[in-house]
Design a protein around this ligand. Structure first.
Ligand SMILES: Cc1cc2nc3c(=O)[nH]c(=O)nc-3n(C[C@H](O)[C@H](O)[C@H](O)COP(=O)(O)OP(=O)(O)OC[C@H]3O[C@@H](n4cnc5c(N)ncnc54)[C@H](O)[C@@H]3O)c2cc1C
Length: 297
């Protein structure tokens, strides 16, 4: 490996950077704090022929027990926002690693509607774009596509800008920006305050707490809702609530969540995912697809 002034660490366990608390080591691991450092680590990966994997909030990933070969770039320190009022809209330029909870705070301060769907979705702004994160409840807005104006993507050493309409958005997916690292996201919403917004956010949080096993490590919903069905209901009606492989368990509280009871491995979790897919298919005919992203060897 070539000498570098960057503080690139070796053999860092990735479980600690995920909401599931699962995953083996990264060969190389770096947390850029600026665009200059981001460019430098991408150059380092290119010079050393190391594969590059982005891990942001780590709230939608299942990382292999063997870990991730090459360089993992973690965005926990790649944060910051600029907030402006322009043309009757609140405009936010957010560095990709900014937690969604920071966006939520900004929207709450201005009493604006996006606060409601953002309440309770973990992870970062860039991860929100990649996953077109959102909620199934009828509310406006309910997905990232509705609040994003543009994104900036670093590909090699060059920055490319895409407007919302340049991209292809679908349920829990956004395409048209790859390959690269999303480094910044432009977001806006009309400055039309809703005096009830804080109350609504509190109610949404209470409902989530009642319905979801938020006291245990998970990645949220493991499966996307298939056309014409709800993954959670299909799993529950297939009798799978509570099914357990090792310390990975289909939540007793919300069947679309797989929780880590303590020492769940990626291999336990993958076997459980497969078991759920096979059982649901044979009992209901629905083929469940995963929402969670698999990273690593
Ligand atoms: C308790 C709980 C509840 C949840 N509820 C919801 C919900 O209601 N709705 C919902 O949609 N999701 C939900 N999720 C899932 C998850 O929070 C979202 O998908 C979130 O948007 C993922 O963001 P992240 O920063 O954690 O992404 P990560 O998990 O870090 O990454 C996800 C994928 O995006 C890629 N990626 C991330 N950032 C970048 C970047 N800047 N550039 C390039 N690639 C990048 C990663 O390589 C990976 O492939 C929940 C998760 C948990 C744990």
């Amino acid at each position: 490996m070539r000498e570098t002034s960057l503080d690139i660490k070796q053999n860092i366990l990735l479980a600690q950077y995920t909401s599931w608390n699962i995953g083996g080591p990264a060969d190389y691991f770096f947390q850029p704090k600026s665009l200059i450092e981001m460019k430098a680590c991408i150059q380092w990966a290119a010079d050393n022929r190391a594969a590059l994997t982005v891990l942001s909030g780590g709230s939608n990933c299942l990382i292999s027990d063997k870990g991730v070969r090459g360089l993992v770039v973690n965005l926990n320190k790649f944060t910051g926002t600029i907030v402006e009022e322009h043309d009757g809209r609140l405009q936010i330029a957010a560095i990709a690693g900014t937690p969604k909870s920071e966006l939520l705070k900004i929207f709450l301060k201005y009493k604006l509607a996006p606060a409601l769907f953002l309440a309770g979705i973990p992870g970062d702004v860039g991860g929100g774009v990649v996953m077109n994160a959102g909620v199934s409840e009828q509310m406006e807005p309910r997905e990232f596509v509705e609040i994003v104006d543009w994104i900036r993507v670093l590909r090699g050493q060059n920055v490319h800008t895409y407007t919302r309409d340049d991209l292809k958005w679908s349920y829990r997916h956004c395409e048209g920006w790859q390959p690269g690292v999303i480094i910044e996201v432009g977001i806006s919403w009309p400055l039309t305050p809703d005096d009830q917004i804080l109350l609504k956010v509190r109610e949404a949080n209470t409902t989530r707490l009642k319905k979801q096993p938020l006291d245990k490590p998970s990645c949220g919903s493991v499966f996307v809702n298939p056309e014409g069905g709800k993954a959670g209901q299909l799993i529950e009606s297939s009798g799978l609530k509570g099914t357990r492989f090792g310390d990975a368990q289909v939540s007793e509280k919300h069947a679309n969540f797989i929780v880590n009871l303590g020492k769940a491995t990626a291999s336990d979790t993958k076997r459980l995912i497969q078991h759920v897919q096979d059982t649901v298919k044979s009992k209901t005919g629905f083929q469940l697809k995963t929402e969670v992203v698999f990273l690593g060897e």
